[in-house]
Design a protein around this ligand. Structure first.
Ligand SMILES: [Zn+2]
Length: 446
């Protein structure tokens, strides 16, 4: 079966238009017809999903994904997960993303050299379900900077968090090594991070080192992503054409001017959820609001909110996702970012949803065929029970994500679930989010 019809749905097509009633026809992995009511699609030979007015939207893109973060409360827990278990973990997490409607994702650094590449290859080969994935390198870092967690007594290079380089030639070697492994892009840590005991405002790399990385990456046709909280790190990104700018909290007016002037080249994925949840929702793990304030996160959230509002007003592309995979922000809850975009960046709900869909197609470098429900586009489609534009939180509830299609294949379907089936479809019960979803689904049916 390759032909599917979604009838009587509310279509959010990702073009910026308000949702409208209609039908969508999929054939051979592509959207072949979008019919605005009263027009309908020809359902002959198609499996038909009765929409009953439910919300149909493009699959979402997570712009800053770490599948190898392992839902634990510390960086050490990620670093010291043995490689074999770590690979299996990544496989399980990728499925969770897809089932929550994330049909594409940008790898924002793997915790070991080849985790992202091997996972991407397995997903592409159809061996395991997961989002369409662009694989990242490890975090390229320098001595004493974020990601240099090496301990003198740990002999296994694979257990080093980042690829620690000093000087342009070591950067070149690291870049070429990751290109050899098959990454889609390289990741560099251009600023600090409070939770690692390093000020967010520090910028540890020299101009020559960053220039070397960008030159090597671009020579091989690879993009670069940067952990860039400090103002100087954002400027380094623009000066060296580093396409994906993560965080950007402390970008000053000059940095904003530079970003705006090159806004067709850059994407900003601030990972605002990390700041919000670490400041206000991590007390159970020892990071009370007072601790987070002392660390610097509360102030960073305030500054970032201001910076990102300015960025949004300047038309700089801001995308959701970032650093999910900690105990206080587990994988699968990524759509929390959309409400945070409204609350902290001043987006409308529609703008937040467009950032997750249409802009996702752009950061995946396939804007002509990803991120919209339009004729000719790849059939990455999510059927939602509820109206995300009225309440974005429905996208964080597993039971509300009723059908997920990637490239015309169905990976999740729970439109009329029987209780036992609901549990099956939301399998992965080790995860509190899943259990909640199952309970909710059961409650709805009783
Ligand atoms: Zn990150």
């Amino acid at each position: 079966m390759t032909r599917y019809a979604f009838t009587n749905v509310r279509i959010f097509d990702g073009t910026g238009a308000d949702p409208y009633p209609g039908d969508v026809l999929v054939d051979g992995g592509r959207i072949v017809r979008v019919a605005r009511a009263p027009a309908t699609v020809d359902t002959a030979g198609a499996r038909v999903f009765e929409g009953r007015g439910r919300f149909l939207m493009p699959g979402m893109t997570e712009a800053h994904t770490h599948f190898s973060w392992n839902d634990q409360p510390s960086l050490a827990a990620i670093q010291f997960m043995p490689p074999e278990e770590h690979m299996l973990w990544c496989v399980r997490v990728a499925k969770r993303y897809l089932e929550m409607g994330w049909t594409s994702a940008i790898g924002a650094a793997a915790a070991k050299p080849r985790l992202d590449v091997v996972l991407r290859n397995a997903i592409d080969a159809g061996e395991f379900p997961g989002p369409r994935y662009l694989a990242g390198s490890q975090e390229i870092t320098t001595i004493g900077a974020l990601g240099d967690n090496t301990l003198p007594h740990m002999p296994f290079e694979e257990l080093s968090f980042g690829s620690v380089c000093s000087g342009p030639e070591e950067i070149r070697r690291s870049a070429r090594t990751f290109v050899k492994y098959g990454v889609d892009h390289l990741k560099i840590n251009l600023s600090g991070e409070y939770i690692a005991g390093l000020p967010a405002e520090m910028s540890p790399f020299s101009e020559e080192e960053v220039a070397m990385l960008a030159t090597e990456a671009h020579r091989y046709g690879k993009r670069v992503a940067a952990h860039a909280r400090s103002s100087e790190s954002v400027k380094l990104c623009v000066r060296h054409g580093i396409e994906m700018v993560y965080h950007a909290s402390f970008a000053d007016e000059e940095a904003l001017d530079m970003l705006e002037a090159a806004k067709d080249r850059h994407f900003v994925a601030p990972g605002i959820g990390w700041l919000v949840r670490t400041t206000y929702h991590a007390a159970e793990y020892g990071i009370t609001e007072a601790v987070a304030t002392q660390m610097g996160y509360r102030r960073e959230l305030e500054v970032a909110s201001d910076t990102l509002r300015k960025m949004h007003r300047r038309g700089i592309r801001i995308l959701p996702g970032g650093d999910y995979g900690f105990a206080w922000m587990p994988h699968g809850t990524n759509a929390n970012d959309l409400q945070y975009f409204v609350d902290y960046i001043g987006m409308t709900p529609k703008e937040a949803l467009l950032a997750a869909t249409a802009l996702g197609g752009e950061i995946m470098m396939r804007p002509h065929e990803l991120g919209k429900l339009q004729e000719g586009y790849i059939a990455d489609i999510v059927l939602v029970d509820g109206d995300p534009l009225a309440d974005l939180s429905v996208l964080t509830e597993p039971a509300r994500i009723q059908l997920v299609m990637k490239e015309g294949a169905i990976f999740k379907e729970c439109s009329t679930p029987a209780p036992a089936e609901a549990a099956l479809h939301l399998e992965g019960g080790d995860h509190p989010l899943r259990e909640e979803g199952v309970k909710e689904a059961l409650a709805e049916m009783s």
